[in-house]
Design a protein around this ligand. Structure first.
Ligand SMILES: O=C(O)C(=O)C[C@]1(C(=O)O)C=C[C@@H](O)C=C1
Length: 362
């Protein structure tokens, strides 16, 4: 007699159960090893945050390499091991992560994707507060947006990176899909649209075509806009799907950002510094003396030592003298010989010079 579907599935499901049990045993073995690592760190007086960004990046890259041309998807290797490491790290010591909240922001998503879910979340009301929370030790680390593929630099973050003593130890780039959200979906009472200025700018053309006369009101964050709209039928909000879910909003239109490939790059900041991981980049800020050819002279050490520049941006120095700070990313770690030589030469000629950090590339 032919088997039923359940009968046909049973032996396969039994084998899946057996594999899961083996995985669980191995995960517990790994967790125990992480606890031992934590104890060893303690005996060596390593009492600061337990996070080792270079080691985490190496583990994930090595496994992704080993998994090449295998069945389990490479992206899933990254996501699964981020969570495994996060859980193990949490057993060594909890990690408090500050970011622009409230709950449901893209910054929160970046924080969870980078540090995993075994963290203590500290949503903050502004980027300034994120930096302050980490500087004062209320949080161990923070996650802040630094640039968007449509709108360019996130200016407040750039300014805070300039003045803060915090270092960059990692990066995460997220695709950003904005949605138009409303409490009920009946827009008859709507008279304004709330969104973070960055989100309003990233959706500018779509809004011009679809809601040209609607008043646009800047909000402290997208998730804050969503939270307000959840209480007020006169408000539309721009925020992500996660915020729509958390605050129970109706999605009026999905994907309203002007560029379908809209992305934001976030930086992981803290007091720790990442050691070389084998595939790193270095972020720095410098200012040049105000004379002809100064910028050219400044960047020539990179060409001389074969160091690739991946980002070059300027911000006014606020002296009223048309002077600028240059924000530059280069490939390689500051401990690499070529990068170190180039940076030393650049430093000697700079009116201002600051390394924000060397960190594993995503
Ligand atoms: O190797 C370490 O230093 C650990 O603490 C272990 C571990 C891991 O679970 O593999 C956890 C946290 C660190 O950020 C890096 C790796």
């Amino acid at each position: 007699m032919a088997k039923t579907l359940q009968e046909a599935l049973l032996p396969l499901r039994q084998r899946i159960d057996a594999v899961d049990e083996q995985l669980l045993t191995l995960l517990n073995e790994r967790a125990q090893l992480a606890v031992s690592v934590g104890e060893v760190k303690q005996t060596f007086g390593e009492t600061e945050t337990i996070l080792k960004p270079e080691r985490e990046a190496q583990i994930i890259r090595r496994l992704q390499e080993a998994n090449k041309s295998k069945l389990f998807p490479s992206d899933a290797v990254g996501a699964v091991w981020t969570e495994i490491i996060s859980a193990c790290r949490g057993l060594e010591r909890g990690l408090v992560v500050a970011y622009l909240g409230p709950e449901g922001s893209f910054s929160e998503q970046a924080a969870l994707e980078y540090y995993g879910h075994a963290i203590q979340k500290l949503p903050c009301v502004s980027f300034d507060e994120v930096f302050r929370a980490v500087e004062t030790g209320r949080a161990n680390v923070g996650m802040v947006p630094v640039e968007n593929s449509t709108e360019g630099a996130v200016n407040r973050t750039q300014d805070l990176l300039l003045s803060s003593m915090l270092k960059v130890h990692g990066e995460r780039t997220l695709p950003i899909r904005h949605c138009l959200l409303h409490k009920t979906g009946d827009l008859s009472k709507v008279n304004r649209l709330l969104g973070h200025p960055q989100a309003l700018a990233q959706c500018h053309q779509w809004l011009m075509v679809n809601y040209p006369h609607l008043e646009r009101v800047p909000a402290a964050s997208n998730s804050e806009a969503a939270k307000i709209a959840a209480e007020d039928e006169s408000c539309l909000a721009i925020a992500g799907m996660q915020a729509a879910r958390i605050y129970g909003l109706t999605v009026v239109t999905e994907g309203i950002q002007d560029d379908a490939n809209n992305k934001t790059r976030f930086l992981a900041i803290g007091k720790i510094e990442a050691l070389p991981s084998g595939k790193d980049q270095t972020s720095l800020i410098f200012a040049v003396p105000n004379r002809a050819g100064a910028v050219y002279d400044m960047i020539s050490p990179f060409a001389k030592h074969g160091v690739s520049m991946t980002r070059f941006e300027s911000r006014p120095a606020r002296t009223g003298q048309w002077e600028y700070y240059f924000y530059v990313d280069v490939l390689g770690h500051q401990n690499d010989e070529s990068v170190s030589l180039a940076l030393n030469e650049l430093k000697e000629q700079s009116a201002f010079f600051k390394i924000l950090g060397s960190y594993p590339m995503q």
